[in-house]
Design a protein around this ligand. Sequence first.
Ligand code: PGA
Length: 271
Amino acid sequence: MLRLNLLEETRSEKSVVNVYSNQETASKSVAKRIATLIQKKQSIGKKTVLGLATGATPIYVYLELIRLHKEEGLSFKDVVTFNLDEYYPMQPDAKQSYVSFMNTNLFDHIDIDRENIHIPNGTLNENEVAEFCLAYERKITSYGGLDLQILGIGRTGHIGFNEPGSAPNSSTRLVMLSDITRRDALRDFGDKKDVPTKAITMGVGTIFKAKQIILMAWNKKKASIIKKAVEGELSSEVPATFLQLSENVEFVLDEDAASELTHLMVLKKSK
Ligand code: PGA
């Protein structure tokens, strides 16, 4: 693993970036950190509050957490989770819902208490959404805030469903999905007309308040947006750039996703 702390020079290059040879190794390391955090808090009788993500990116992290539960006795009894987002409208039992995703990829295989799981509700009437979003924020706060938020990144630079234009202090709310994001969702929905146009998402501000944030990205297809997110100017056009302002963020990448980072290239070339 190549560990870089890009602290010097300019503000936009200060983030911690960890590059692993592949997604599996990187994901195991993230899962290990989550497990250690849970066990540490368990040992002092505290709950762990996790912010969770969906999509292809965190799949191996969840697989490893399931393995740690089944083979090494990691318990999720004291874990509270808040998912980043959900399509709107969306029925929880639809196969594309993030409720289904989380059940299939994690919750059905661990000992988490169902009452401790929180996922934005895609079934509300539009006039109920604002109140729901406020309550979601309050609920996170009532547990003492998110201990650790894991994130993927969309090709638009979105985190959660905070698309270009999202404000740094945005909170949980109903948003319109960008065309690129809806096209990327075709792999789950098949037909564009079936991809929801909206979603409920935690805000950039909600994510930012997490005590630790880990943004993961794999594959060449994420390389150019990772370059913008890590090295680019802060801009609401690439909401992930706001993470550069956090002292608590770490980018966990495979070599392909890191392949356009200028500093890494300079470093590799000079070896
Ligand atoms: P992915 O999506 O993990 O499926 O690449 C990431 C995102 O859109 O945030």
